[in-house]
Design a binder for this molecule. Structure first.
Ligand code: PFF
Length: 476
């Protein structure tokens, strides 16, 4: 059936690619903002607990489904549950979701590319003005960059699993790690940076509330690329001789480490810029923080390192974010491509070209919804305001649907697949069977993980579309 199914060259190749997918804008942008808004160290503790207790079992389950079936999400559910099974709808949702996420993520990545270029070419001062971001997103000037990005992304995908995705991750991930550490070391030398470190690392438990729980779980789920079909698809390229559980642990650890380090970069930078920062006043939107506030922070460094130095620091930061976004973008686009190759016998080339046309069309529409098209800008009313086409896609597919897909994966592995699931985990890892870890994974997927995910799904629907937070209502 399959025409050109790829495989990662080694366990390390898989880990780098999966970590490349997981490490994205979620880690470098959303995590530091969430941490700053939700009590710093308190958020960090809750986040790590959720990664270990809730997200890790789901990560293992997704990878196991993919590796066992060697299929994309639709193919995986069909191969395990049968051609006529209703479970294939879960698979379809896990194809539609990544496509839609890719649409809005492409738009944000184009903005990153533009800021990166403009920072390096001496425009940091302009970028730091309050209108710069708003003007950029509403201007047709973004479209040439859009085309450049699409050539890069689809060029990599044309290279296949080993020659494209894995090759990119092998270069981008080490570069990203080194740049992140260097930027942190630089920021920590600035006056007052330690105020940010203190806020980030010393917990103030009075800041704990229901909202922290909700934010941390949503963030952890998104950050590990769960519920998007990515890990099912990447699992399908993973060798049966290798260990799923320990590899998943490394992926989750790498992702959490990068999120932690991003906090250690951005929070001290904020406090160094303004030592009397009140965390309650920090930007309410992640996008605003990175595109408006951060350029101001970088510009303020010119007293210490000169304008060129500050521009280089800003440019390097955007290179870092660009690499993270690129490895995530290729991972998410691989799902619909794998679907077409597996289920419709398309060649990789044909599948990549069709995806390129589809994603570019939808992403262009999403890009027009920041003022260029009034119809797409004021697209639909919900949640107490008028939302754009971009908002609708981002709200629905980056938050609401993910826990629902995760919920179905849990139910499937724990109740339908059961022993087959344990067998798959033990492939290449004989000592796992019957161990405490294996029993914990099976137990958690059968009990509290789906319960929590269903609650998060219902709460996300209430929050996004009806502006009601059930956790706040119940927990105060
Ligand atoms: N884990 C990714 C992140 O934190 O940004 C989630 C993701 C989003 C992956 C969008 C891929 C993607 F296209």
């Amino acid at each position: 059936m399959a025409v050109e199914r790829g495989q990662f060259s080694s366990r390390l190749g898989f880990i780098l690619a999966a970590a490349g997918s997981a490490v994205g804008l979620g880690n470098l942008v959303a995590f530091p903002v969430m941490a700053s808004k939700n009590g710093g160290a308190v958020f960090l503790i809750v986040y790590v607990l959720f990664v270990a207790l809730i997200c890790f079992p789901v990560l293992v389950a997704e990878i196991a489904m993919g590796r066992n079936t060697r299929r994309n999400p639709v193919g995986a559910f069909v191969a395990l549950a049968g051609e006529r099974s209703r479970w294939r709808w879960a698979g379809r949702l896990a194809i539609l979701t990544p496509f839609m996420i890719a649409v809005f993520y492409t738009v944000v990545t184009v903005w990153i590319v533009i800021f990166m270029f403009r920072a390096f070419t001496g425009e940091l001062e302009t970028l730091a003005t309050t209108n710069a971001f708003g003007e950029m997103i509403a201007s047709p000037g973004i479209f040439p960059w859009f085309i450049v990005l699409q050539f890069i992304v689809f060029g990599i995908l044309l290279g296949g699993v080993k020659g494209g995705i894995e090759r990119l991750a092998r270069v981008a991930m080490p570069v990203l790690a080194v740049m992140l550490v260097l930027l942190i070391l630089f920021v920590l030398t600035l006056d007052d940076a330690m105020l940010g470190v203190r806020y980030y690392l010393i917990p103030d438990f009075s800041r704990f509330n229901g909202g922290v729980l909700n934010a941390a779980l949503n963030q952890a789920f998104f950050s590990l690329s769960l519920g998007m079909g990515i890990m099912i698809t990447y699992g399908s390229y993973f060798s049966r001789q290798d260990r799923i559980v320990s590899s998943s642990r490394l992926v989750a650890t790498a992702d959490t480490a990068v999120a932690f380090l991003a906090g250690l970069l951005i929070l001290p930078a904020i406090f160094a810029f303004n030592p009397s920062t009140n965390p309650d006043d920090l930007s309410s939107s992640s996008i605003g923080l990175i595109f408006t506030y951060l350029p101001q922070i970088f510009l303020s460094m010119q007293d210490a390192v000169g304008y060129v130095g500050a521009s280089m620091v800003a440019g390097s930061f955007f290179v870092l974010v660009f690499f993270a976004a690129l490895t995530s973008l290729v991972s998410i686009l691989e799902i619909p491509i794998a679907y077409m190759i597996d289920e419709h016998n398309f060649s990789r080339r044909k599948a990549v070209l069709i995806q390129a046309v589809l994603v570019t069309t939808f992403a262009a529409l999403a890009a027009l919804s920041f003022g260029m098209s009034p119809f797409l800008t004021d697209f639909i009313p919900y949640g107490g305001g008028t939302r754009s086409f971009f908002d609708l896609i981002a709200d629905t597919f980056s938050e609401v649907i993910l826990p629902l897909v995760g919920f179905m994966v849990c139910l499937y592995c724990a109740y339908r697949w059961r022993d087959g699931f344990v067998e798959e985990l033990s492939q290449g890892d004989e000592s796992l069977k019957g161990s405490f870890l294996q029993r914990y994974l099976s137990f958690s997927l059968r009990t509290f993980v789906p319960v929590v995910l269903m609650f998060v799904f219902i709460n996300s629907v209430a929050q996004k579309y009806f502006a009601v937070d059930l956790l706040m209502v119940f927990a105060g």
